[in-house]
Design a binder for this molecule. Sequence first.
Ligand SMILES: NC(=O)c1ccc[n+]([C@@H]2O[C@H](COP(=O)([O-])OP(=O)(O)OC[C@H]3O[C@@H](n4cnc5c(N)ncnc54)[C@H](OP(=O)(O)O)[C@@H]3O)[C@@H](O)[C@H]2O)c1
Length: 269
Amino acid sequence: MDLGIKGRTALVCAASRGFGKAVAMQLASEGVHVAMCARGAADLEKAAAQVRRAAQAAGHPDIQVLARSVDVTAEEAMADFVTAVERDLGPVGMALVNAGGPPAGRFFELEGEAWDAAYRLNLASAAALCRRVLPGMMERGWGRIVQITSVSVRQPVENLVLSSVIRPAAHALVRCLADEAAPRGVTVNSVAPGFHATSAVERLIDRKIRDEGCTREDVLAGWTKEIPMRRLGKPEELAALVVFLMSEAAGYITGQCLTADGGWVRGTF
Ligand SMILES: NC(=O)c1ccc[n+]([C@@H]2O[C@H](COP(=O)([O-])OP(=O)(O)OC[C@H]3O[C@@H](n4cnc5c(N)ncnc54)[C@H](OP(=O)(O)O)[C@@H]3O)[C@@H](O)[C@H]2O)c1
C-alpha cells in the first residue's frame, strides 16, 4: 500500500528508544525525512544511525535524518529544534507528540511536585509543540499530528494515578485541536498503547519486583492473564498504527483515540 508520504518531513519526539524510535524507523523506511529528539545524546545518536540504515535498506539512501538532544518540556529549545528542522529538512508535515511517562505510584505516594511535573511532561509540552507546528501545517493545507498517550485514557491503570489522570486530558487536547485543524486539511489523533515490550515497561516490571518481591515471570503472567492476546505488544506494531495515521490514506480520521492493547480494555466503546 502506498502511504503517499514519501519525501515529506516528520518530527518524532522521544525517539531514542521504544515507540518513538520504532516510528522513526518505519517513517524513514517509507522515504520520509526524519527529525528525532530525546534527552540522552548517546542513545539518540545510536538510534539515528539505525534509522539511517533502515532508510537505506528500504531503498531511500537520500533520506535525511536529523537528531538533536532536546527535552520536550524545554519550550524554547523545542522551538529552536523545530526551526532547525524546517531549515534543514523542510516544512514539518507530520509530528509524533511523545515523551516519557509520569512515574508510577498511588495517590498518597505522590506529592504536588510530581503532579506538576506530569502536567509539564505529558500535557503542557504537547500543547507547546502543537502551537509551534500546527499553524504551518494549516497554512499549507496538509498535516498529521499523532500523540502517544496510554490505555489509561480509557481505563485507570493500577498504580499509575498520574498517567490515569493526565492522559485523558492529553486526549482532550487532541480532540480540541482536531476540530480547529480539520477544515485546513490537518488531522490530529492519539494512540493509546497497552502493555508493550519497551524499556518503560521493563522499569515497571523492576518496580513491581522490588515492591512485591515477585519474579519477572510472575509480573508478566499477571499482566498477560488480563490481556486477551496473552502477550505484550511490540513497539513496531504500535508504530505501524502511527504511520498509518500519518499517511495520506488516513485523511478522514481525526480526533480519535485508537487503542492498541491486545484487548486489555473491556469497555464496549
Ligand atoms: N511501553 C508501554 O507499554 C506503554 C504503555 C502505555 C503508554 N506508554 C507511554 O508511551 C510513551 C513512550 O513510551 P516507551 O515505552 O516508548 O518508553 P521508553 O522505551 O522508555 O522510551 C522513552 C523515550 O522517551 C525519551 N524521553 C523521555 N523523557 C523525555 C523528555 N522529557 N524529552 C525528550 N525525550 C524524552 C527517552 O529518551 P531520554 O530518556 O534520553 O530522553 C526515550 O527515547 C511514554 O509516555 C509511556 O508512558 C508506554
